[in-house]
Design a protein around this ligand. Sequence first.
Ligand code: ZN
Ligand code: ZN
Length: 341
Amino acid sequence: MIKKNPQEWLKVTKNGLFVVPGNFFIDPNIASDMAVVTHAHADHARSGHKKVIGTPETLEIMKVRFGEAFSQSPYGLEYGRKLTVNDVTIWLAPAGHVLGSSQIAIEHGGARVVVSGDYKRQRDPTCSPFEAVNCDVFITEATFGLPVFKHPKAQLEIKKLLNSVDLFTDRCHVVGAYALGKAQRIISLLRESGYHQAIFIHGALKKLCDLYVEKGVDLGEIITVPDSRKKTGKLDLEGQIVIAPPSAIADRWVRKFGDPVIVMASGWMRIKQRARQRNVDLPLVISDHADWDELFQTFHEVGAPEIWITHGREEAIIHQANLEGFKAKALSLIGYDEEGA
Ligand SMILES: [Zn+2]
Ligand SMILES: [Zn+2]
């Protein structure tokens, strides 16, 4: 059988990728009749889809973020279970990005396309590891698609944090980390590194941390920092670690800790200027996205002759992918920002 070229049945629209024979969008940026969602970060998962398909964990996170009424008809699809949607077969494979994150395998006309969503290859104790799925077209993200982006082992970065805590015993360390995924990963890595004291969290992280614990991720003792508006004066958290969303470390909120050491955990911390802009004292290069080497490792493992790039930095990847024998092109999808980078 001659394979039907996915180019003919996968359309790039201003609202996201549209699978014509399945009549559904992937991670659309508007409320739609039917959406398959890779993971629950805000730039991929929106509320208001009539029907939404995702892993059970992704749907639960969406419920926590958007409320019970986030979709008329949510449909949980476990990793590996096949589902026929109109004229296509889909199934989900772990992406190793955050809890519940998935790649979407789409089979139609004898061809298989895999949409990666956001993914990484470094070990993460809070979610299932990325699985390479053979395919004809691999549609990849490229948030860190430049050779300069090489993420060190996360455990080594955590060690830097713990060394600093040992050194500055009279100061509190406030770590900026994205609320979904990064925050829980940092806590989990701290536990793995033998840090067993209570870890303090900003109130905005509580619901998601609770959900991770409910799903079996061990976060140890976590304590929510009391709301600033209800408490006056400084909080005595000398020598403690506080995890907060990145917006909070640039906010008045952080001043209640006296003279804290400002820490930020993000792949962008590779760029010194970004760390300076955010007044970060201790940048930690910990990312939930693939770095340059992981991107190319993945392209080779999935064995796809064609690589399409959804969002991120495309030019360097296209150039290098062509050199390495792939046919590569940019889809330039809009509306994806960098939540969870
Ligand atoms: Zn993401
Ligand atoms: Zn993304």
